[in-house]
Design a protein around this ligand. Sequence first.
Ligand code: GLN
Length: 304
Amino acid sequence: MDYQGILNIIEKQLKITPITGKVADYIPPLAKVNPTHLAMYLKCTSGDEFYFGDYQEKFSIQSISKVYTLALAKEIIGDQLWKRVGVEPSGNPFNSLTQLESEKGIPRNPFINAGSIVVADGLLSVLENPKKDLLNFVRKIASDNEIYYDEKVAASEKKHGYRNVALINYMKSLNNIENHPEDVLDFYYDQCSLSMNCQQLAKSFMLFANEGKRLGTNERVFNSQSIKRINAIMQTCGFYDEAGEFSYRVGLPGKSGVGGGIVALHPKHYTVAVWSPPLNKKGNSELGMKALEELTSLTGLSIF
Ligand code: GLN
C-alpha cells in the first residue's frame, strides 16, 4: 500500500478544505493555539512510518488521555472498575450532566468526562504517586521519555472547570467517588494536560493495534482481552455524541480530544494520529475527521 502517496493526497485536500469549526476556547492556553496547524502521522505494524505537516509539534492531548488512564486502571483495578462506570455510548456531549441522575451516578462510559473522572478516582486510590506513575506509564507505552504535563494547561483547567466540579460532586453524593473531589480533579487535569505530538501519540497506541505487544520485541504489555475491550470502547464511545458518525465515516476505533488531536488504529495494520485544532460542534477536530475518512476511503481498508 502506498501510504505516503495517500497521505500526500490527503494533505493537498485538507489544505483547500474551508474550515467552519473553532479552536477550543474554554481555557486561554487552548484559545491561543494557531488554528492552521496540520499534521498526520501513520505508523504501520511493520514499523514503517509516513507523515506530513507538524507531526513533531506537541499539543494538548486532552481527552485522548482517557484511553491511557482506562488502560492503566484496567491493568491495576481489573473488572471491578465496571461496577463504577459503564461501556455504553452516551449520545451526549462530553461534559454532560444529564444521564448521571437517571443512572445513579454511574457514568455511561470511561471516555466522557464523568467516566474518566471515576477512572481517575480509582487510580488515585491504588497508585503510590498517581501523577508520576501515569506519566511513567505513558512514557513506557510510547517508548519515549520526552513526554510531559503542561502545568499551565492543568492550572487553567482547574480555574475554569466548573462543570467538572459539578460532575464530581454529584457522583460523590451518590457514593461513586472514593477520594476528595479536589484531589481527583487535580489528577484528572494533569492527565488532560499531557502534551504530545502525532508521532508520540501514534507510537503510544501501537500496543492497541498490535494485540498488546511491543513492535519488534513482541514483549507483551497488555493482555489481548484488555486490548479487545478497550478498542471496542474506542469504537463505540471514542467521539462523545459523534461516535456513530465517526464509525460511519471512518470505520476505525479511535479517540479525540478538544486540543484537536485524534488517534485511530486499524488492528494488525497501523495506528494514525492527526492534529488540526479547529473543532466541529461536537468537539472533534473537523479536518482530523476528514483526514481519517479519506484515509480509509483511499486505502479501501477499515475494520468493516
Ligand atoms: N479537559 C477537558 C475537560 O475536562 C477535556 C475535554 C475533552 O477533550 N473533551 O473538559
